[in-house]
Design a protein around this ligand. Structure first.
Ligand code: CA
Length: 240
């Protein structure tokens, strides 16, 4: 496949399809964009009934199931899924819903996430469960974006064939922004998603320092695009 700007290619062909059962539209939109950019196909259902219909019609590699659904108990849906096949399931619960999490695991969920979770965490869990279930067709993708080639498996970024020397955190920040170019993130969001931290633990200026250093390194490698743009009063975004 000829790489072009912003495309994701996998070495191993077909991308695993993830089904997300969740009624929070904003969360779904964020996950859809991120999973698409990190090498997955994505389908979504907003309630139990459409989820069951969808699951009967299409093959999925993994289900991300929010236990708080508008038309019933997510645990009932999990029970039904478990009776049908061994499709891997990651359950999502709200903060403090300890019982749901425990029951979910007892019912055979493969893993769980507690809201709010970071997108990086979601993808890490999905990959781990797919690896364990032997369904991991997804080699981590290589992202071609402007003058950059981002090898998310090797954690290496190249420009014109030359590796750009980045610290692990600089790499993670640039990779994260590159998975959703054009989207603006506040410093707080970046701390949550890239540092897996928060303003209580980490100064937002940490983000600024890393952005500054990445910009300098991209300039040093003569990369015109993509570039990290400051969005005044809000945060940062990657422009291609
Ligand atoms: Ca919900």
């Amino acid at each position: 496949m000829e790489p072009s700007d912003g495309t994701v290619g996998t070495a191993a062909g077909r991308r695993p399809t993830i089904m997300m059962i969740e009624d929070d539209q904003d969360l779904v939109a964020m996950c859809a964009a991120y999973l698409a950019r990190t090498g997955f196909e994505f389908t979504h259902a907003g309630d139990s009934r459409s989820a069951l219909r969808c699951l009967g019609e299409q093959h999925f590699e993994l289900v991300v199931l929010d236990l708080g659904l508008p038309d019933g108990d997510g645990l009932d849906l999990l029970r039904t899924l478990r009776q049908r096949d061994m499709l891997p399931v990651i359950v999502v619960t709200g903060r403090g819903e300890e019982t749901d999490r425990v029951v979910g695991l007892e019912l055979g969920a493969d893993d769980y996430l507690v809201k709010p979770f970071s997108l990086r965490e979601l993808v890490a869990r999905i990959r781990a469960v797919l690896r364990r279930s032997g369904a991991d067709a997804a080699s981590p993708p290589v992202i071609h974006l402007g003058g950059l080639v981002i090898d998310t498996g090797a954690h290496v970024i190249r420009a014109a064939g030359e590796q750009i020397e980045l610290t692990p955190r600089e790499y993670s920040l640039l990779e994260f922004l590159a998975t959703t170019p054009g989207r603006v993130y506040s410093r707080e969001q970046l701390l949550a998603d890239v540092w897996e931290s928060s303003v209580e633990w980490q100064a937002p200026a940490t983000v600024d320092e890393h952005v500054y250093r990445i910009r300098r390194k991209l300039a040093g490698a003569d990369v015109q695009a993509p570039r990290i743009t400051t969005v005044r009063g809000f945060g940062y975004r990657l422009d291609t």
